[in-house]
Design a protein around this ligand. Structure first.
Ligand code: HEC
Length: 163
């Protein structure tokens, strides 16, 4: 009996490339490239290059910032944290941190907004329904001077105790 002619296998490599493209793009091309370079220059030393945090030094930025960006007070919290720093014990994803984040008020408003957008959208994957932060959000917060302890107090109103 003659063997059935084999169907010629289709070359699937093109499909694999298509399937991988979104992952490669999202890893390689941030939506906020200016924010990405500012993050690497200013934040990665403590929070890690991918925002995963460093144990006992600085918290991960992968959940709270995206959540904050969805509410008006949360957006204020993000702007405040960069402009005035953060001081005192906090709990993030069940882990305790008690250190001081320096302020970044010396950076311009557009750079700070881009840095936050990189954290919120590229690292935190906030949904596209969340509007990006803008320089105006930073300008509004510069008009209300605070310090790291006040920023922590404001944070307590946003994050349920112990989370
Ligand atoms: C010198 C280390 C250091 C650097 C640099 C740093 N951070 Fe932080 N960051 C911290 C620490 C420490 C905390 C927690 C502070 C505390 O314990 O009260 C923190 C907290 C935060 C929080 C609050 C998270 C939450 O759950 O409320 C955000 C947002 C944040 N950092 C963003 C940034 C961004 C963006 C940059 C860069 C512009 C940056 N940090 C640079 C150390 C740092």
């Amino acid at each position: 009996m003659r063997p059935r002619p084999q169907a010629r296998p289709r070359n699937l490599s093109g499909w694999w490339l298509l399937a991988l493209a979104p992952a490669v793009l999202s890893a390689g091309e941030p939506a906020y490239p200016q924010g990405a370079s500012s993050f690497q220059a200013n934040c990665a030393v403590c929070h890690g290059p991918a925002g995963a945090g460093l144990p006992a030094l600085a918290p991960p930025l992968l959940s709270n910032p995206a959540r904050y960006a969805a509410s008006a007070e949360g957006r204020r919290q993000l702007a405040m944290t960069l402009l005035y720093g953060l001081f005192g014990d906090i709990t993030v994803d069940g882990k305790h941190y008690d250190f001081r984040m320096p302020d970044f008020a010396r950076l311009d408003d557009a750079t700070l907004a881009a840095t936050l957008n990189f954290v919120v959208f590229d690292l935190g994957h906030a949904p596209v329904t969340v509007p990006p932060l803008s320089a105006a959000d930073l300008i509004a917060e510069r008009a209300k001077p605070a310090d790291g302890a006040a920023v922590r107090a404001h944070r307590q109103g946003l994050v349920p105790a112990g989370t």
